[in-house]
Design a protein around this ligand. Sequence first.
Ligand SMILES: C[S@@+](CC[C@H](N)C(=O)[O-])C[C@H]1O[C@@H](n2cnc3c(N)ncnc32)[C@H](O)[C@@H]1O
Length: 316
Amino acid sequence: MAGVLRCPQCESGYPIIDGLPILVTDPARFLSDQLVYTLLPQDWPVELQGWLSGALAQSGWFPTMQRHLSTYGWDHYGGNAGAAAGVADAQPGGVLACLDAGLDGIHSLPKGAVLDAGCACGRATFALAERTDALVLGLDVSIPLLRLAQQALREGRVTYPLRDIGNSFNIQTVAVPLLRRDSVDFWVADIHHPPFLPASFACLAALNLLDCLADPLQALRAMREISTDGGLTVLSIPYDWGEAATPMGKWIGGSKGDVPPDCAPESVLRKYITELGWHVLNDVPRHPWRLRIHRRSTVCYDSHVLLLSGSMAFLR
Ligand SMILES: C[S@@+](CC[C@H](N)C(=O)[O-])C[C@H]1O[C@@H](n2cnc3c(N)ncnc32)[C@H](O)[C@@H]1O
């Protein structure tokens, strides 16, 4: 649960905090930015959470963290919106539906370890574990979301703030009777620099991740390298580009005012996929991915879902 991993060659240390190994290229810098998240208690009084969310600037770290926990906590684990439920409330399970759309027609995953990159609070990681006998790892850079995933793993329940409206939240505690928890773990790591040897994973999922990254093409290259040739990769992407996450020069399509068909994001992504030696097994151009923002607001994206393999063996 806590300690330091040491590289046997260079002796660099990688801390483990709250059961999360921090396997990024510069763990000291990462932790000095993120330490506050590791110090927060998870089961804390509602009054204290209410005070913090009212007292701190709404653009600051605490309300932003609560909104992320609310949106992904709800989508991954649901809960009871109770009297707060509105007609605009999204049903939970959006990420699971993206995964199912990508794996449509695949009855068993190829043998070998599985990675859920950008796993957030981990529901798809557990769903992947139910489809394989192998080890399954969820990887993300968000400590608050990973701590929720860890709570599901260790305690079989999650506690998170569900946003009602404004900065008013209702604490949800949801039991999560997930199977195969012994085979699952969650690590802090950056998909641009995944801490794995080539061909480490027989199955890899990157659901709604690429448009949250500083360099999506570099991440695609890294994912291709750590995937086995005979393995499967599920991508889901709503192409929701924004400069807060991705500099415009790194967007996959959609950065020119006038978009000729071969510069459309879907075409550019397919071109990169082919150049990286992947074959497209499933291509779902528009798959709805709904995320609850608050009880009167749901965002619905049209995600592009793809199933890829480095080998032709799966082609039907
Ligand atoms: C839009 S959310 C999608 C989460 C989840 N896959 C789902 O579909 O519900 C994107 C996730 O990617 C994570 N992320 C952002 N940059 C990352 C990086 N460089 N490496 C790994 N994960 C990252 C975020 O913390 C967030 O949890």
